[in-house]
Design a protein around this ligand. Structure first.
Ligand code: GLN
Ligand code: ZN
Length: 747
C-alpha cells in the first residue's frame, strides 16, 4: 500500500528558520545564509520521511512566508505598490511585513487552522503573469530532494489555481474565473517543468473544494483542470480540512487527476464514499492520520483505513496519508521531556505521524484491534445538557444593567485592549525565572513593580479612563491560563508556526479542566487596582472559553462543545473571584469566535450557538453592575449569523478591530442594529507608525455621525500593545486620548 506525505513542518528542530528569518530582517544574515537554512530544514523533513519509509514524499509546502506569498511571486501578481519595488526577497517580504512607506498585504487564517497566509490584492486589468519569478525555485528544490531520496519518491506540492484565486482579495471586476483563466498557462508551464524532472505526480492542493463555495466554482475547476491536464503529468488532488460535500461527485473526476487525497478525520468523506462509486483508475489517498491533532489514535486510524477500503471496494487503489499537511503540528514528541508518561503514550507529533503512516500501511492486511483505553474524563454531552439554563443569562437586561455600570462623564471613554509591551527586560526576567536563575519571589516582585509602573503610566501620563494591569506576566493569552488549570499539558518544544516567523506552543487538553491556581488572575489585578487608587477602575482580563479551546489542541474523543463548557465554568469562577475582589469591569477576550467557524456554511449556526453559550456560561454569573467587555479581532464580519451571535453574547461593551479592516466591523454592526456599547479600534496596532490624533479624531467624529451616541462609544486601539515598543505604545495612546478629549469637548 502506497504511503504519501502532503506537507511537513519547516521551522526546524530548534526553530532554525525562525532565527534565520529574524536575523535576515535585521540585516544580520545575508540572503545566502537564509536560503541555506531554508534548504537544510527542507532537506531534514525529506530525509525524515524517507528514513521512515514513506513512498511518495511531498516537497514544496515549506516556505519563507507561506504558499500564497510564494505563488504570488511565481505568478508575478504582486500588488502595484509591491511590484514597484526591486525584485527579490525585499519585495517578497514587503508583501507580508511592509517596508518604509509601503504597507503589507492583509493576512487571513488558512481554512480554519491557526496558520495565517497573505491575502494578495488582485484587480483588473486581468493579471498578466509574464513578469513572474516563475517556478524555477520549486523545480530546483524538487531536484535537490530527488538527489537525496530518488527521483520517483519526490512529489512536488503546488497550491492549486482555484484555491489561490479564491483566497485573494479581488477588485475592479476581477473574478475567480478570470484570474484562474489568466494564471492557468503559468501552472501548465510549471507542471511541464516538474514533469521533466521525472516526478511520478504533482500534488495540487485545493482546500477550497471542501468549502461551501466549491459548488459555484465547479465550472472554473473543470476549465482549469482540462487545461492543466495537457501538461501530461498525473495530478494528485489534495482536499484537506473537511469532507468534499457536494463536490464529491465531480472533483475526483476532474481531468488529469490520477489520485485524490481526502480528509477522513473531519466531516463525512466516508459516508460520501459509501454512497458513490469511486472513479476507475484514480488512487484514493486515505487521509486517516489527523494532521491537525496531536493525538496518535493509531487504532482509530487503522479502523478508518479498513472502513475506507471496504467502502471503496476491491478495485480501488487506496493509499495512506495524513489528512492535511503536518505543518500544523509540533515536530517531534521525542523532544518533550516533561509530559506525563500516560499522555506521551497517546501522542504523536509530525515525525511520529510519519512513522504511523508506514505502520498503518504495513499492518493494513491485519484486522484492526480494539481501541486503546482513553484518558479519563467526565466530559460528555449529558453533562452539558445538565447545566442549569439559568446560568446562561445575566440577572438583568442590558438596558437595566447599563445605568448601574461604570460611565465616563460625557462619554467617549478611553481604554486599551489589555496587553502592554513585553519589553526585552521583561522577557529576560521570565527567561531567568524559568531557567531557575531568578527566585520566584524576585520574579513576582519585579513583575509587580513593572505592573505598577504600567498603571501609573496609564493613569498619570496617558490619562486613560479605564486601566489595565498590562498582562506582563502572560506569555500568551492561552498558554498562560492553561498553565493555571488542571487537565492541560504544556509542551516545552511543541512549536507550531502561526504567522511569518512567529511560532506558538498550543497547550494540550488532556482531561477534565478546572482551575489549579484558583484564582488565576486576581493577585495581579489587585496589585494594579491598588496602584490605581479607588477612583480609577482597572479591568479584569480573561480569555474566553472559545479562544482557549481554538488555540489549544483539544481532546478528540470528547465533543468540543463539552470541552468549551468546562473551560467556560473555569472562566466563570474567575469572573466571580474578580468581582469578589472588587473588579467593576471584566474583559473576556474572544478573538477566535469568528475564525473558529467550520468551513461549511450550513454548520455555522450550530457552531455559533455553541460558542455563544460557552461565552454566556463564562460571563453571565456577573452582577448587573459589573461591566462585561469582550474583544474580537481578525474577523470577517459580512455575515448576519455572526452579527447576531455578537449580540447574543450579551456583553456590555464590544471592542472590535476596525481600523485595520477599513471600518468593516463598525459598518456591519451598525447595519445589523447592534445596540450595546461599542468600542471600534481607532488605530492599527500592527503599524510601526504613530497614528495621527487628527485621523483618530476624524474616526470618532464619523462614528458619532453614523448615529452612535458618545455615551455608547468607547475610544480604543484595534488590539493589545504587546508587540509594540514602549515608545510607540505611549505615543499612540497619548494621541488617542487627545483625539478622544477633543471629540468629547466638541460634543
Ligand atoms: N487582551 C489581549 C491583548 O491585549 C487581546 C489579544 C487578542 O485579541 N489577540 O493582548
Ligand atoms: Zn485583538
Amino acid at each position: 500500500m502506497v504511503t504519501s506525505t502532503v506537507g511537513f513542518p519547516c521551522m526546524g528542530a530548534k526553530r532554525e528558520l525562525k532565527v534565520a528569518l529574524e536575523a535576515f530582517w535585521k540585516d544580520a544574515l545575508p540572503e545566502d545564509g537564509l536560503r541555506a537554512v531554508f534548504a537544510e530544514v527542507e532537506a531534514a523533513g525529506v530525509a525524515a520521511a524517507a528514513a521512515a519509509g514513506v513512498r511518495l514524499i511531498g516537497v514544496g509546502d515549506a516556505s519563507l512566508s507561506g504558499l500564497m506569498a510564494d505563488t504570488t511571486s511565481r505568478l508575478g501578481l504582486e500588488a502595484p505598490r509591491h511590484a514597484a519595488l526591486p525584485a527579490g526577497l525585499g519585495r517578497y517580504f514587503a508583501a507580508s511585513r511592509g517596508t518604509a512607506g509601503v504597507t503589507a498585504l492583509d493576512m487571513s487564517k488558512w481554512f480554519g487552522t491557526n496558520w495565517h497566509d497573505l491575502v494578495p490584492e488582485i484587480g483588473v486589468p486581468s493579471p498578466s503573469t509574464a513578469g513572474g519569478a516563475g517556478w524555477g525555485d520549486l523545480v530546483a528544490r524538487v531536484r535537490t530532494a530527488q538527489q537525496a531520496v530518488g527521483v520517483d519518491r519526490v512529489v512536488p506540492i503546488v497550491l492549486g489555481p482555484v484555491t489561490y484565486a479564491s483566497s485573494c482579495d479581488l477588485s475592479g471586476g476581477a473574478t475567480v474565473a478570470s484570474v484562474v483563466a489568466a494564471i492557468t498557462p503559468s501552472y501548465v508551464e510549471a507542471l511541464r517543468a516538474l514533469a521533466a524532472t521525472g516526478v511520478p505526480e504533482v500534488q495540487m492542493h485545493e482546500p477550497t473544494l471542501v468549502t461551501s463555495a466549491a459548488a459555484d466554482a465547479r465550472p472554473v475547476y473543470e476549465a482549469a483542470y482540462k487545461e492543466l491536464a495537457t501538461a501530461g503529468v498525473g495530478m494528485h488532488l489534495v482536499a484537506p480540512y473537511d469532507d468534499l460535500g457536494e463536490s464529491f461527485e465531480w472533483a475526483p473526476r476532474l481531468p488529469g487527476v490520477t489520485a485524490v487525497g481526502l480528509d477522513f478525520t473531519t466531516g463525512d468523506n466516508l459516508g460520501l464514499l459509501r454512497k458513490s462509486k469511486w472513479p476507475a483508475g484514480v488512487r484514493l489517498g486515505a487521509g486517516v492520520v489527523d494532521g491537525r491533532s496531536v493525538w496518535a489514535e493509531a487504532d482509530a486510524a487503522a479502523a478508518t483505513l479498513a472502513a475506507v477500503r471496504a467502502a471503496a471496494g476491491p478495485g480501488v487503489d487506496v493509499a495512506v496519508q495524513p489528512s492535511c499537511t503536518l505543518a500544523h503540528l509540533p515536530l517531534d514528541l521525542a523532544a518533550e521531556r516533561k509530559l506525563p508518561a500516560e499522555l506521551t503514550a497517546r501522542l504523536a507529533f509530525a515525525l511520529q505521524k510519519v512513522d504511523l503512516l508506514v505502520k498503518l500501511a504495513a499492518a493494513s492486511a491485519e484486522p484492526p484491534r480494539e481501541g486503546a483505553a482513553l484518558l479519563g474524563s467526565s466530559m460528555d454531552d449529558t453533562i452539558a445538557a445538565a447545566i442549569d439554563e439559568a446560568l446562561f443569562s445575566r440577572p438583568a437586561s442590558f438596558a437595566e444593567r447599563r445605568p448601574q455600570q461604570f460611565t465616563v462623564p460625557g462619554g467617549l471613554g478611553t481604554m486599551s485592549i489589555g496587553s502592554f509591551p513585553q519589553t526585552p527586560a521583561i522577557r529576560r526576567l521570565r527567561a531567568a525565572f524559568k531557567a531557575g536563575r531568578l527566585p520566584a519571589a524576585d520574579y513576582t516582585s519585579a513583575l509587580d513593580a513593572a505592573t505598577v509602573e504600567c498603571v501609573l503610566l496609564q493613569r498619570d501620563t496617558l490619562g486613560l479612563d479605564v486601566l489595565v494591569h498590562g498582562e506582563l506576566e502572560r506569555t500568551d493569552m492561552v498558554e498562560f491560563f492553561a498553565s493555571k488549570m488542571h487537565g492541560y499539558a504544556a509542551t516545552t518544544a511543541g512549536w507550531v508556526r502561526s504567522v511569518g516567523s512567529l511560532c506558538v506552543r498550543p497547550p494540550i487538553v488532556m482531561g477534565d479542566v478546572s482551575r489549579r491556581d484558583a484564582p488565576m488572575t486576581v493577585r495581579e489585578w489587585r496589585v494594579a487596582q491598588d496602584a490605581a487608587g479607588p477612583d480609577v477602575p482597572v479591568k479584569g482580563m480573561l480569555t474566553g472559553p472559545g479562544t482557549l479551546l481554538a488555540w489549544s489542541f483539544p481532546r478528540k474523543d470528547i465533543p468540543r462543545r463539552a470541552q468549551a463548557l468546562q473551560l467556560a465554568a473555569a472562566v466563570r469562577a474567575e469572573v466571580a473571584d474578580l468581582e469578589a475582589a472588587g473588579a467593576r469591569i471584566i474583559q473576556v477576550d474572544e478573538p477566535a469566535l469568528r475564525e473558529g467557524l467550520p468551513l461549511k456554511r450550513h454548520a455555522w449556526d450550530a457552531a455559533l450557538t455553541a460558542a455563544t453559550r460557552a461565552f454566556r456560561l463564562a460571563t453571565c454569573g456577573a452582577a448587573a453592575g459589573t461591566q462585561i467587555v469582550t474583544h474580537i479581532c481578525y474577523s470577517d464580519w459580512a455575515d448576519a449569523a455572526v452579527l447576531a451571535a455578537l449580540d447574543a453574547l450579551d456583553a456590555d461593551v464590544l471592542t472590535v478591530e476596525n481600523e485595520r479592516s477599513g471600518g468593516a466591523a463598525l459598518t456591519a454592526l451598525a447595519e445589523a442594529g447592534y445596540a450595546r456599547d461599542l468600542a471600534p479600534g481607532v488605530f492599527d496596532i500592527h503599524s510601526d507608525v504613530v497614528p495621527a490624533a487628527d485621523t483618530m479624531r476624524a474616526r470618532v467624529d464619523a462614528f458619532l455621525a453614523a448615529g452612535l451616541s458618545p455615551e455608547r462609544l468607547w475610544v480604543v486601539p484595534d488590539c493589545g500593545q504587546k508587540t509594540a515598543s514602549p515608545a510607540l505604545a505611549e505615543a499612540s495612546l497619548t494621541a488617542m486620548v487627545s483625539a478622544a478629549t477633543a471629540a468629547r469637548a466638541a460634543c
